[in-house]
Structures are given as C-alpha cells and as structure tokens.
Design a protein around this ligand. Structure first.
Ligand code: SF4
Ligand code: SF4
Length: 367
C-alpha cells in the first residue's frame, strides 16, 4: 500500500490559510455566567446570580451545539464564562469536544485550578489556557474581584499551572486602578516565559449598566502606557485595531472582522458575531448553527449608518474600538461616535502612521 505523507506547515501559515478561506472556523462558547469572582469591570457579572442560571444552556444542548459546530467546519473552540470551570459538567463538555477533535482553548480567571483539575487537563491537553491577570498586589486584586482570598487562590493556581507543563498565556487589562502596577504585572507574566501584552478597552455590562466604564484609562494614560511599554494590540478582542491602518470611509456599521470567520455563543444560547456585539443574535434553541450564522451574518453585513454620524466618514476607524452595542448601551443610539474612542483612536493612528491627522469630531466641535 502506498504510504501517505501529510505536508507539514508552520502553525501560523496553517491558521492564516484557514481563516482566510471565508468560512466560519472559530467559535467561542460562553459556558456559564457563573463565577466565583465579581470583578468590578466584568460585563457578565450582572447575570452571575442564581436567578439567571436556569436560563443557561443544558449539557445536552451544548453537546448538540458542539456537534453542529463540528459539522459546520469549526476548528477552534474556546470555552469561556463567567468562569467556565465553575460548571459542574465542565469536563463532560470538555471531553466531548476533545473527542470531536477541536483545537480547544479555555478562558479562566486562574483561581479554580486544583491538582485534580490539572491532572484532568494533562490527560487531554487544550491548545492553550488563557488566564486573566489584572493585578499582582493582594489588596488591589481582592478589592477588584470583590472576593477576599481570591489573590491567594490565583497565586496557588498559577503555581500549579507553572509546574503542569500545560500551555497557557496570561492576559492583562490595563485600567485606571492598576496602571501603576503594569511593570510588576509584566515581570510576573514574564516569569512564566510567557509574552506580556495588555488591552485597554472596557465595555458596558450585558444588562446595559455602564458603571464598568468608570475603570477605563484616560486617553492620555493609554498613550503614555502604550508608548512606554512599546506595545501594540494583538488581542482577539481588538480585531478593529489590529488592522491598524487608515481606511476609506464606509457607511457599513460593522467594518471590523464581525461576520467573517468567528461566532460567539452566549450562556443563554444566542449566537452572534463577537463577545460584545448584541445588535443581531439568533437563538440556538430555535435555529441550527447553520441557520443562525446565515441569519446573523446577513443582518450584520447589511447594517448601515442611517444618520449623519461622524463614524460614517471617519478615516481612522481602523484604529478605533468603537462598538455599536457598547455605544447603544451608553447613549441609546448605536450610530453615535464615542468621543472617548475617538481620542484613543486618533492618538494611535497618529503614532502608528507618523502623520498628523484631524480629530474625527473636529467639524462638529468647530460648528
Ligand atoms: S473572573 Fe472573569 S467572569 Fe469572573 S467576575 Fe472576573 S471578569 Fe467576570
Ligand atoms: S468613534 Fe470616532 S474614531 Fe471611532 S469610527 Fe466613530 S468617529 Fe471614527
């Protein structure tokens, strides 16, 4: 029998090739809004309460969705929350997806690792584990999570992870309360031989509460921090910014990666295009994955600015993290520009293109 050889390719080339094929290849499944922490910036925390848990997807529903994602050609599957490891059936779901052959990623706050959890993961390792790390100071960490003792659990969990040999990365959100800690956080992250990076974007909460935005860095602080740390975004949340170039004005409401290769499924089974976007969703309790993708992607692609918004003529939108859902929750109108995001985007655009540009709201301010 003739021997079959499979061509070996660097992972980056493989990933780029699959992502550019114009198909949905990546899914993020929010397994639960349940979490042992209550971080002050958290967008899911309003639903981290017993009264909401009965609405969450049941094990059998999740398995059916996993089957459909596999049949649809999805390769990368992330489990997030809330805290995914707080689901009692986490390993039943994880093992099910592992056997299907997905490239698996687990998002976690790092406080739920025990020797037993680590051993289960070592038996069938994920592609990587993505751990949030927003503070390395005990008092600040526990104040931010609103759970005394959480810092100790995080440190213990990270030591277990360090010794496990499991692949992981740490991600940091720079905010006004931890900005002075960034050098310490970087040092801690690098102690694991893991690359340090941070994002700065915060969103309103899922129930529309905007108090989470109080923890945002001022635009001047973002400039100072990004310049000092010599960092540019590579986080998947920042798909708009990662394009990092001046773009032709467009009246499309979504000019980022929404509606291309990724789906997000909420703990209540609503399929959308991104973790933070809720302008178009379809329930997987009513629609199949295939039907939901078709419905939501068509809606997202057809959305246009219908009013005179500075965003519709903006040339720096490629540097802007503006989100229609976030601005709708902030102002009631998803077409409005967000002055805060304009300031941040302008600074990034000028820094990265080494050009002096006009502020996108200049005309409005001068009139
Ligand atoms: S650990 Fe994550 S899910 Fe839990 S409260 Fe904090 S931000 Fe929210
Ligand atoms: S929010 Fe400001 S920077 Fe962003 S697209 Fe709108 S006008 Fe441009």
């Amino acid at each position: 029998m003739a021997e079959t050889t499979i061509e070996k390719r660097p992972y980056k080339d493989f990933s780029r090739g699959v992502h550019s094929a114009g198909k949905v290849v990546k899914a993020q499944l929010e397994l639960t809004y349940k979490c042992n922490l209550h971080c002050v910036h958290c967008y899911t925390d309003p639903y981290n309460s017993a009264e909401y848990f009965p609405r969450e997807l049941q094990t059998s529903e999740i398995k059916r969705i996993i089957d459909e994602l596999a049949d649809y050609g999805v390769l990368w599957l992330s489990f997030s929350g809330g805290e995914a490891l707080k689901r009692k059936d986490f390993f039943e779901i994880y093992d099910y997806a592992f056997k299907k052959g997905f490239v698996l990623v687990i998002f976690t706050n790092g406080t739920c690792f025990t020797p037993a959890v680590i051993e289960r993961l070592k038996a069938q390792p994920p592609f990587f584990i993505d751990v949030s790390c927003h503070s390395v100071r005990e008092e600040a960490f526990d104040r931010f999570t609103q759970v005394p003792g959480s810092f100790r659990k995080f440190m213990d969990g990270m030591e277990l992870l360090r010794r496990s040999g499991l692949p992981f990365r740490l991600k940091t959100k720079a905010m006004n309360w931890n900005k002075d800690e960034i050098p310490e956080i970087r040092k801690y992250v690098q102690s694991f031989n893991v690359e340090f990076g941070f994002t700065t974007s915060l969103s309103p909460r899922l129930n529309g509460d905007v108090s989470s935005l109080e923890h945002r860095l001022a635009p001047a602080d973002i400039k100072e921090l990004e310049t000092r740390e010599d960092i540019w975004k590579n986080d998947e949340e920042s798909c708009a910014v990662s394009r990092g170039r001046l773009g032709a004005p467009s009246d499309a409401l979504y000019r980022c990666g929404c509606g291309t290769d990724t789906v997000h499924i909420s703990a209540w089974g609503e399929l959308g295009t991104c973790t933070l976007e809720y302008e178009s969703r379809a329930s997987l309790r009513t629609f199949s994955v295939r039907e939901a993708v078709e419905k939501v992607f068509n809606e997202i692609k057809s959305l246009r600015f219908s009013s005179e918004s500075a965003c519709g003529t903006c040339e720096i939108h490629g540097f802007c993290e503006r989100s229609p859902t976030a601005i709708r929750r902030q102002t009631g109108d998803r077409e409005q520009p967000d002055a805060y995001r304009c300031d941040v985007a302008l600074d990034r655009a000028e820094r990265l293109t080494k050009t002096t540009l006009e502020h996108p709201l200049a005309a409005r301010r001068n009139s």
